[in-house]
Design a protein around this ligand. Structure first.
Ligand code: DGJ
Length: 693
């Protein structure tokens, strides 16, 4: 058993292969945190410290490490839950009412039952352990068992206590075209807030926390958690005056009010969390492996061609067929027709909502293109943005009341579009039927689902910030049930929906509209800390890059995109014979190494050189791949040393370098390492290796 209950039934020790988490119930019935860190061997060692108030101004609640602090009483720290009862009472007082244990194939779950001492309102704290992955999922289910509704003003899924001060907190900042910009800051007194208020999750911050004690990739303590939610989240890190650091994450209370009708319950989004005593690498490995085994759909992702950067809105059947033929010649397996195929969609001005095939662009229907693509033995994908409507679209003319709006206000457009109120049943039906018809009528294998603006003017409903995405999850889940072989890509103006809420419902992430191969190294590096490589769509695109204006050699662009699920987004009709040949070679090589890239173990390697090399390794069973990038060599043009990770010390490995094969032991490659010297700007190398038999 990984969950051990103390002999007095008052402490719970939850252990995975290398970590433990513990809490207990004190004599007042409070659920108190006791431990999070390296594995403990006995629940009997755990003690419930007697807490005395620091002073009359520092009530005992302020120093009580609660697992799920509620609003009420002498509590002034951040609370996870604030509810208002029908009689106006805004205070919660819970009582402990017992626990339940459940077990599955590779998980165990402990549920702690809490109940308000006066009102028929319950709070179940869920702790689901995945021992093999050193991970736990925490969430809470609240239930209204009263005759009147209850209003939920704040619902964070869990509180974590880290018994240290001066930790480092990492997350990402960014915006469109500049997602996943990693930052790390010292936690000091006061609070750090990361959040989204726009309706998506992740252009500006990402719903996870990483707190470390000066850890490196391979050393030091790291506490982390990723929220399984898309949309408005909030996360608070607080170093208290009492010698500890608190973290909470959950639904953003900003402008949000959730109603619990009589008999209704609500499950807060889970937080997938863990502890590593061996740096960030272990954190990434545990999350990646769990995502591959438990969250993501199975199977390798196809090499795709997407026509967006080549044609933008200037789509027509014959040009798309030409692109498809060329994409096939290069080796692509999936052809994705992006924006511009429907309604009067000739620019961002019109078309969204009118999901009929544009006859001018496709005079013989979509079938002509799809038949051509299928005739090439490729899969076919198509772009949609179902949550949106342009003011000029027929849909809006017919249903002006289908958008989020206030009757007395002008509704803001953004990218010349409004957001549909997907909480209306008729809108849900419209979106589901539109997509179901599309998938039923045409032979479609891949949907790129976009969402290109923030939500505003939400109308009187204050719960849409949470409900909007729940509806989208529901529609896609229902579509996948009926069309189980279709893959869905989550795109929101690039990487606006990269999170563990959407992953599993959708299959791929569009990582960013920034396809500059050098910028992508930063984006991909920080993405990889939390999210699995297989979901990371990365395209090779034309130079000069439309965003950065940079010229980067095609080899470097391929290598950068081959670090994820490869796509090509160039205007390939303009490729020279040399570019065609190079693309064929690269795509062939990608297909060979694809299982290692998409399903292997990923390492961010140390670069001991003063030159800014980016070094990565992927390892699956006996085979591996190394990537080395040198965006710019500095004066002195130094080389670097690649010290590999994860090899067997005594086994021998052969590395296929551009200088010829090199055979060394695992211990040598991990200790001494492989010297490598790249020269010039935007230089890169890809080295395949395998264990000798
Ligand atoms: C934003 C996406 O991120 C792009 O890849 C492309 O699909 C455009 N939308 C199309 O409008």
């Amino acid at each position: 058993m990984s969950i051990v209950v103390g002999t007095k039934n008052d402490v719970f020790l939850l252990s995975t292969e290398n970590t433990s988490y513990a809490f207990g119930i004190d004599d007042r019935g409070l659920v108190r945190h006791l431990y999070w860190g390296k594995k403990l061997t006995s629940a009997e060692d755990l003690e419930m410290p007697v807490l005395t108030e620091v002073s009359t101004n520092d009530p005992v609640f302020e120093i009580t490490p609660e697992e799920f602090p509620v609003h009420g009483g002498l509590r002034y720290k951040e609370h996870c839950l604030k509810a208002t009862f029908a009689d106006g009472t805004r205070e919660l007082v819970y009582q402990y009412c017992g626990y339940d244990l459940e077990e599955g194939e590779d998980w165990e779950e402990l549920v702690i039952h809490l109940k308000d001492e006066h009102y028929a309102f319950t709070m179940d704290l869920h702790y689901k352990l995945y021992p093999r992955y050193d991970l736990m999922e925490r969430s809470v289910v609240v239930k209204n068992e009263m005759e009147e509704p209850i209003q939920i003003e704040q619902l964070h899924s869990a509180q974590f206590h880290i018994p240290y001060e001066n930790l480092n907190f990492s997350n990402v900042h960014g915006h469109w075209g500049a997602e996943e910009q990693q930052f790390t800051q010292r936690v000091s007194y006061g609070k750090i807030l990361i959040e989204n208020r726009r309706g998506t999750s992740s252009h500006n911050h990402n719903p996870y926390f990483i707190l470390d004690r000066d850890a490196t990739e391979t050393t030091g303590e790291v506490f982390f958690g990723a929220l399984r939610m898309t949309g408005n989240f909030s996360g608070v890190v607080e170093q208290t005056p009492y010698g500890e650091t608190l973290v909470q994450m959950g639904i953003n209370p900003h402008d949000c009010l959730l109603q619990l009708a009589p008999g209704q319950s609500l499950r807060a989004p889970a937080i997938l969390c863990g502890y590593s005593a061996t740096g960030f690498e272990t954190m990434s490995h545990n999350l990646h492996r769990f995502a591959l085994d438990h969250i993501m759909s199975k199977g390798l992702r196809p090499v795709l061609y997407n026509s967006w950067e080549a044609t933008e809105f200037h789509v027509n059947c014959q040009d798309q067929i030409k692109l498809a033929n060329k994409a096939k010649e290069l080796g692509a397996e999936l052809f994705v027709l992006d924006d511009g195929w429907f309604g009067e969609r000739h620019s961002i001005q019109n078309g969204l909502g009118d999901w009929y095939v544009n006859e001018g662009k496709f005079p013989n229907g979509l079938e002509e293109l799809i038949d051509a693509v299928k005739g090439l033995d490729m899969k076919f994908g198509i772009w949609v943005e179902p949550e949106m409507v342009n003011p000029k679209a027929q849909l809006y003319q017919e249903h002006p009341d289908w958008i989020y709006h206030y009757d007395t206000r002008v509704t803001d457009t953004s990218r010349v579009q409004y957001v549909l109120n997907v909480t209306k049943p008729e809108v849900q039906e419209f979106i589901y039927n539109m997509l179901d018809n599309l998938l039923t009528r045409y032979d479609i294998d891949y949907i790129k689902w976009d969402a290109n603006r923030p939500i505003s003017q939400t109308g009187p409903q204050r719960d849409i910030w949470y409900k909007h995405i729940q509806v989208i999850y529901g529609i896609v889940t229902a579509l996948k049930k009926k069309h189980p072989d279709v893959l869905f890509e989550a795109c929101a103006s690039g990487g606006g929906r990269i999170d563990y809420g959407i992953l599993g419902i959708f299959d791929d992430f569009w990582t960013s509209d920034n396809t500059d191969a050098y910028d992508r190294l930063y984006i991909q590096n920080s993405y990889s800390r939390i999210y699995p490589i297989k979901a990371m769509r990365a395209w090779v695109t034309d130079c000069p890059n439309f965003l950065s204006g940079r010229m980067i050699p095609l080899t470097f662009r391929y290598h950068s995109a081959m670090m994820g699920s490869l796509g090509i987004g160039c205007n390939i009709l303009k490729f020279t014979p040399e570019e065609v040949e190079l693309s064929q070679k690269m795509i062939r090589q990608y297909k060979e190494i694809r299982p290692i890239i998409q399903e292997g173990t990923f390492y961010r390697l140390d670069n001991p050189s003063a030159d800014s090399y980016f070094l990565y390794e992927y390892l699956k069973e006996d085979k591996g791949v190394l990537f080395a990038f040198l965006p710019q060599s500095k004066v002195g043009h130094r080389g670097t040393t690649i010290r590999l990770r994860g090899l067997e010390e005594n086994a021998r490995y052969t590395l296929h370098t551009s200088q010829g094969d090199i055979t060394k032991s695992g211990s040598y490659l991990m200790g001494h390492g492989l010297p490598l010297r790249l020269s010039g700007d935007y230089a890169s190398a890809l080295v395949q290796f395998e264990k000798n038999q």
